[in-house]
Design a protein around this ligand. Structure first.
Ligand SMILES: Nc1ncnc2c1ncn2[C@@H]1O[C@H](COP(=O)(O)OP(=O)(O)OP(=O)(O)O)[C@@H](O)[C@H]1O
Length: 236
C-alpha cells in the first residue's frame, strides 16, 4: 500500500472508522485512532464500552467488520492494511511487530522463565541457543537475572509480571498492547512494573497501548482515549 494519504511520518498505527458488532451489540462504532511513535496511550471507559474490542481490532487479533487499521512498515517501506492480510499473514505480523501483556500474564507455568520470554522468538524460528541468550538478556534488563531456570510458580507476582513484559518486548516490537497489565499487583509493585513497561515500551520508533480502569495508570500515559457505548468520546 502506498497511498499518499499515509505519507505523514508522525504515526505508526492508524485506525479509521472501525466498527464491530456481536449479534445485536454494537461493541465498536466508527472508531478512529492514531498512534504515534514514542507515545503511551491509555484506553479507558466503563465495563462493556468496547475497550478490549478496540484493542483486539488494533492488534489484528479479532478483525473489525468495517473500517481500516493500517500499520506503517519500518524504514519507509510502506504500509500494511490488517484487514487485507490472510490470517496467517496477520499472525506473522503480530509475532514480528507486536508485543502483548495481558491481564493474567498468559505465562505458561510448565515452562521456565527464559522459555516463556523466548517463546515469540522460538515461534518465529530463531534457533534455541540464540533465543535463550536474548531471553536471558531481556530478563536481566528487568532485574530478573538468575531467574531463567525457575518456573513461573516459583516467582512472585511482580516478578511474573516482569517476565510477561520481557516476553512482550523481546522481539523489539513496534507496538506493545497491554490489557490491565498490573491487575493483581499491590500498588507499589504495580507502580514499579508500570514504570518499567512505560520506559521500555516507548521509544523513538515504538509505542504502547494500555487498556485500564485505573486513572493513575492513565495519568502516567501521554493521553487517554475514552470510550462510551462503543464510541470514542475523547483522546483519539
Ligand atoms: N465475543 C463476543 N461475543 C458477544 N459479545 C461480545 C463479545 N466480545 C465482546 N462482546 C460485547 O461487546 C461489548 C464490548 O465488550 P468489550 O469486551 O470490548 O468491553 P470492555 O470495555 O473491554 O469491557 P471490560 O472493561 O468489562 O473488560 C460488550 O457489550 C460485550 O458484552
Amino acid at each position: 500500500m502506498t497511498n499518499h494519504h499515509y505519507s505523514d511520518p508522525h504515526w505508526l498505527l492508524r485506525a479509521e472508522h472501525v466498527s464491530k458488532t456481536f449479534g445485536q451489540t454494537r461493541a465498536l462504532v466508527d472508531a478512529s485512532v492514531t498512534v504515534r511513535p514514542g507515545e503511551a496511550v491509555a484506553i479507558m471507559g466503563p465495563s462493556g464500552s468496547g475497550k478490549s474490542t478496540l484493542l483486539h481490532a488494533l492488534a489484528g487479533i479479532e478483525p473489525a467488520d468495517s473500517g481500516t487499521v493500517i500499520l506503517r512498515r519500518p524504514n519507509e517501506s510502506g504500509f500494511d492494511d490488517l484487514a487485507a492480510l490472510t490470517d496467517s499473514e496477520r499472525s506473522g505480523l503480530r509475532l514480528r511487530r507486536f508485543g502483548f501483556v495481558f491481564q493474567q500474564g498468559m505465562l505458561l507455568p510448565e515452562l521456565l522463565a527464559w522459555e516463556n520470554v523466548a517463546l515469540p522468538l522460538l515461534l518465529a524460528g530463531v534457533p534455541r541457543g540464540a533465543a535463550r541468550q536474548r531471553a536471558t538478556d531481556e530478563l536481566d534488563r528487568f532485574g530478573l537475572a538468575g531467574t531463567d531456570e525457575r518456573r513461573i510458580g516459583q516467582l512472585s507476582g511482580g516478578e511474573a509480571h516482569r517476565v510477561a513484559i520481557a516476553r512482550a518486548l523481546v522481539t523489539r516490537p513496534t507496538l506493545v498492547f497491554a490489557d490491565e497489565p498490573t491487575g493483581a499487583l499491590d500498588s507499589a509493585t504495580a507502580s514499579d512494573v508500570l514504570g518499567e513497561l512505560l520506559s521500555a515500551g516507548t521509544g523513538s520508533d515504538c509505542a504502547l497501548i494500555i487498556v485500564t480502569h485505573d486513572e493513575r495508570i492513565a495519568g502516567r500515559c501521554d493521553r487517554t482515549v475514552r470510550l462510551s457505548d462503543g464510541r470514542i468520546e475523547a483522546g483519539a
